[in-house]
Structures are given as C-alpha cells and as structure tokens.
Design a protein around this ligand. Structure first.
Ligand SMILES: Cc1cc2nc3c(=O)[nH]c(=O)nc-3n(C[C@H](O)[C@H](O)[C@H](O)COP(=O)(O)OP(=O)(O)OC[C@H]3O[C@@H](n4cnc5c(N)ncnc54)[C@H](O)[C@@H]3O)c2cc1C
Length: 340
C-alpha cells in the first residue's frame, strides 16, 4: 500500500519518535511515524510499562506507560498518523523524495528522522519446543496488564531485572509466584532480589535456581495448562509445579536490519551524528538511543532535545525559507496564543 507523502517520516514511535512527531506538527510540517511494534512507546511500552521513571523533566515520577500516553496525546494534537506493525525493510529514492519500504507499505517523504532506538526488537523466546504451542495461551512474553494475573499461579522464567521486578510486583496479585532460573546468579537489582527472597522465606513464593523448563502439562482441558515440569540442571531431577501462566523474561533480541545498509555513519547499531543530528546522508537525521556522539547519554531526556534539533533541521532543509529556530511555543498562534 502507498501511503500519502509527507514532509518527514520518523522511524520509531518510542519517546524520541513521538516527540519528533509532535515537533513536526508544531513546525507546520506534515509527518508520520512508522514502527514495527503493535503499540507506540518503544522500550517504555514493550519493556517496562509498569515501572516508574524519575528523571524526566517536570515529572517527579511517572509510570512509563503514562509517559507514553502523554507523548501520544501531545503528538495527536496535529492529527498526524502513527503506522504500527510496520517494520522498515528498505529505502528507495524517487526524485527528491525518499520512499521507506516496510513489510506492508511504502511511505514517501522529503526527509527522514531515524528514532529507531536499539532497533526493531522482539522478546527472546523459550528454546523448549514444548512451549511453542502455548504462546498467547498461557505463555506471555510481555506483561501489559498485571491485573490479568490476579489469583493465578504464575511462573516467571529468567534471572534479570524484569523477572524480579515482575516477581515482586505480582506477589500481592497472583495466587503464587515462582521464579525459575538456570543459575544462582542474578542480573537484577539486589534490593528487589532480597524482597523476593523474603517472600520465599515467608512461604508466599518459590525460587527455583539451577532449574529450567522441561515440559508443560494440561490435565483439565486442552485449552489451558495446569502444571509444568521443571528440570534441575545439576541434579538432573524433575519437579512438578502448578502453573496457570508462564512469563518468560529472557531479554529481547534487537535488529537494526535495513538501516545498516543506507550509507550512514553507523557502527555497532549506533548512528554517529553531528550537533545538527545529521547522519552523513543529506535529508536523513537521527535522534534518541540510536545516535552516538561525544557526551551522548542514552536517556529519554536527551532524546527529547535531539528530536527537537533533528526536526528543526529537517524542516529548514525541506523549506529553506523556514528558520531553524522554532520560536517559543508559548507565543505560537498554532496553540491559540498571540504570535510574536
Ligand atoms: C528497563 C529499562 C528502564 C529504563 N529506565 C529509564 C529511566 O528511568 N530514565 C531514562 O531516561 N531512560 C530509561 N531507560 C532508557 C529509555 O527507555 C531509552 O533511552 C528510550 O526508550 C530511548 O527512546 P527512543 O525513542 O530513542 O528508542 P526506543 O524507545 O528504543 O524506541 C525505538 C522504536 O523504534 C522502533 N524501530 C526500530 N527499528 C525499526 C524498524 N526497522 N522499523 C520500524 N520500527 C523500528 C522500535 O520498534 C521502537 O518502538 C530504561 C530502559 C530500560 C530497558
């Protein structure tokens, strides 16, 4: 499908990309976001929607999913589209336009802002074949609504921050929470590990170290499983555990894919940009976690500033008569204020 041409196409609907979309609207440029994921928000929505963030200016603390909601609302003021489930697979040139190619569409624009973060990512799946048929039928690799696990017997597989964060957060909701990990070393914040260990000592949770998933069994019906079998990787023994839900928290695999082939200054999945957020290819700018330069910090706050720079530069490049400096939003007619 060919989508309506725009001034700017933004690759990535994470915080940097959503703010870039707002900024383009504020500058009077038409724009669109394309993102591989089924919902906007990038890492915040996919990796830690229920965690509080404490270092975004103006918010003493904000839930990641609430920050995404506010960013989407801010961008939506200008009615510009966010195209989801669109993984970028190629880039073509058609006269003075770029054409971004995805698995399902073609998006033409004069300039491109790459806000692709760590690349298109997807959760690492359980390697055991017995798990495959149960994905989205009891095995879920992203927790979007913790309330869905109220009263359930939840088994989390993994030993990192996500495993222990969700392990502790589900303690008061789930009937029982177990964490299963292949070793006794965890890549998680010590305080959270201690909190979970305390729940184990109180008899409210279980921690299986040196264990891995061996099998999934259903007793009552073919639609739902009721037990899983765990294997002790040292003793080679098996333990049966009651379970309604398995949450694999094995990290994510990410991939910059086609972006690597566009002639940008790119190494180790990072695009080197200058202080104008230029990528080395005319008309293509970048912002957010995907960029690198001396002093770069991979933080949301920094991504916002970079998004503003990238869009202001792109607008000036497309329309040289428009200034780079946007002026103050507090004086803009576009927001119903008195223009300077
Ligand atoms: C657990 C955790 C906690 C964190 N806590 C904080 C914190 O407290 N404070 C803070 O400042 N930062 C924090 N961060 C870091 C913060 O989340 C990142 O800096 C931020 O998400 C970067 O935003 P971004 O928009 O650049 O990229 P991302 O959020 O990574 O979004 C990039 C988007 O681009 C899309 N994309 C990539 N490649 C393609 C492609 N080829 N086609 C289509 N779409 C594509 C992806 O699907 C994704 O949606 C945390 C990160 C994690 C993992």
């Amino acid at each position: 499908m060919n989508y309506e041409p725009k001034d700017i196409t933004i690759i990535g609907g994470g915080p940097a990309g959503l703010f870039a979309l707002f900024y383009a609207g504020m500058r009077g440029a038409s724009a669109q976001v394309v993102d591989a994921l089924p919902e906007p928000g990038g890492q915040l929505a996919a990796l830690y929607p229920e965690k509080f963030i404490f270092d975004v200016a103006g918010f003493p603390r904000v839930l990641a999913k609430d920050l995404v909601k506010s960013l989407a609302e801010q961008a939506a003021q200008f009615g510009q589209p966010v195209h989801l489930n669109q993984r970028v697979t190629g880039l073509e040139k058609d006269g003075d336009q770029f054409v971004l190619v995805t698995e399902n569409g073609r998006f033409a624009s004069r300039a491109i802002v790459i806000a692709a973060g760590i690349g298109a990512f997807s959760p690492r799946r359980l390697p055991q074949q017995c798990a495959t048929p149960w994905y989205n039928r009891g095995i879920y690799d992203v927790v979007t609504d913790p309330e869905a696990y109220r009263g359930r017997r939840v088994v989390i597989i993994g030993g990192g921050d996500s495993a222990f964060d969700w392990g502790t957060q589900l303690l008061d909701r789930a009937e029982r929470v177990s964490i299963v990990h292949r070793s006794d070393r965890f890549r998680a914040h010590d305080a959270t590990v201690q909190q979970f260990r305390a729940a184990v000592e109180d008899g409210r949770a279980d921690l299986f170290v040196f264990h891995e998933l061996q099998d999934i069994m259903c007793r009552a019906s073919d639609d739902r499983f009721s037990h899983i079998m765990l294997k002790d990787v040292k003793a080679k023994t098996s333990t049966e555990v009651e379970a309604d839900v398995v949450l694999p928290m094995l990290g994510f695999v990410s991939d910059m894919g086609a972006i690597n082939e566009w002639g940008l200054n790119i190494a180790k999945d990072e695009i080197t940009v200058n202080s104008l957020m230029e990528t080395g290819r005319e008309g293509i700018y970048a912002c957010g976690d995907v960029t690198t330069y001396p002093g770069k910090l991979k933080l949301i706050a920094q991504g916002f500033g970079e998004a503003a720079t990238a869009v202001n530069q792109a607008v000036h490049w497309i329309y040289p008569e428009k200034k780079v400096a946007p002026g103050h939003s507090s004086n803009m007619a576009i927001f119903g204020q008195k223009d300077d």
